[in-house]
Design a protein around this ligand. Structure first.
Ligand SMILES: NC(=[NH2+])NCCC[C@H](N)C(=O)O
Ligand SMILES: O=C(O)CCC(=O)C(=O)O
Ligand SMILES: [Fe+2]
Length: 342
């Protein structure tokens, strides 16, 4: 994988960008926030008014998997309306000033599948904020900055992790790059591939799901993290590769992965895979107005280290998780219609 090629990018025409912005601003006036059930119900109806090229581009990306990631660029994100980059995601109003951009990622999610969130991430918000937070400067979190955010499958530890991820760049003045990596197939020995397809790898939940990175509720909160706790204690081994042998899907987060000491074969195969992904890692610096869509099985992603500003002008992304099939996670959601896994 090199730098993004033409097939990865849809550049909106000025007219398409205007129509898209108008659509999201009008919709944002009709609903009360990213969790408004009426908005979630209406998403496909509203998405039908997005430019036809956008609809076809994202539907093709989802169904045919022509590439592991793509970018829809040229969106108009009104900087005056959006206002300064906040200091923390906690306690933000609903709806907020950037609600039209939250509507946008929800509409794109509806073209790809169904948007969902986690009770254990950002207090159950459906659309996540990603900007540097001072207290997390050195953490392996989207909210970090000083450290390389090592590449990963989003929520790799979880059986119901998303099929796609949408990242909308509200601003990125220092052109801080998101990293994207893949495994094309053919670069590893058949023996290594065989081992990687077997359930010989442990993946611990990353820290974004831990209680310390959510708001503490008074009492009775243990329940919210019970499933995560169980996954930590079960330590069920999983496969690092799955699906088609020629072009396998990935389930990787090396920083949080472990292989038993008595399984050097699995260790070596994983190290070889990590080296192949590393060697082809590319950097995608999202410009203001870019939406990056990641196929969470075909590619891994991360972020280069950077120096945060903490003056209201920092890099700011909106993130949404998307699944093809909400029903699969039904036992971990409170009701059939709930979009929060936990
Ligand atoms: N290798 C890693 N750092 N994995 C964790 C990724 C960050 C996590 N998805 C977050 O929302 O903050
Ligand atoms: O900041 C980025 O570009 C990616 C962040 C990310 O991967 C995450 O928060 O999980
Ligand atoms: Fe991520």
């Amino acid at each position: 994988m090199g730098t993004p090629s033409e097939e990865h990018v849809l550049l909106l025409t000025p007219d398409e960008a205007r129509r898209t912005a108008d659509l999201t601003i009008r919709a944002a006036e009709l609903y009360i926030g990213d969790d408004d059930p009426a908005l979630l119900l209406d998403l496909p109806r509203i998405a039908a008014d997005l430019p036809v090229r956008t609809q076809r581009f994202l539907r093709t990306f989802a169904i045919d998997e022509p590439t592991g990631y793509c970018v829809v660029s040229g969106h108009l994100f009104d900087q005056d309306r959006i206002g300064p980059t906040p200091e923390h995601w906690r306690g933000r109003p609903r709806p907020n000033r950037e609600f039209p951009e939250e509507v946008l990622v929800l509409l794109y999610a509806a073209l790809l599948g169904e948007p969902f969130g986690w009770t254990t991430q950002q207090d159950g918000r459906l659309v996540h904020d990603i900007f540097p937070v001072r207290s997390h400067e050195n953490d392996q979190l989207g909210l970090g900055s000083k450290e390389l955010l090592t590449w990963h499958t989003e929520d790799a530890f979880h059986p119901y992790r998303g099929d796609y991820l949408v990242l909308a760049s509200l601003r990125n003045p220092d052109k801080v790059a998101t990293t994207v990596g893949s495994y094309a197939g053919g670069a590893l020995s058949d023996d290594d591939v065989e081992v990687l397809f077997e359930e010989r790898f442990h993946i611990a939940p990353d820290e974004s799901h831990l209680p310390k990175n959510n708001s503490a509720c008074s009492g009775g909160d243990a329940e919210r993290f019970a499933t995560i706790e169980r996954l930590i204690h079960e330590r069920r081994p999983v496969a690092a590769l799955f699906g088609p042998r020629q072009e396998p899907y990935l389930r990787l987060d090396p920083y949080f992965m472990e292989v038993s000491e008595d399984d050097p074969e699995a260790r070596r195969a994983l190290d070889n895979l990590i080296a192949v992904v590393d060697s082809g890692l590319c950097e995608v610096a999202l410009e203001q107005g870019d939406c990056l869509v990641v196929n969470n099985h075909r590619v891994v992603h991360g972020r280069v280290p950077f120096t945060a500003r903490y003056d209201g002008t920092d890099r700011w992304l909106k993130r949404i998780n998307v699944t093809h099939d909400l029903r699969r996670s039904r036992t971990m959601r409170a009701s059939a219609g709930s979009r929060l896994i936990g």
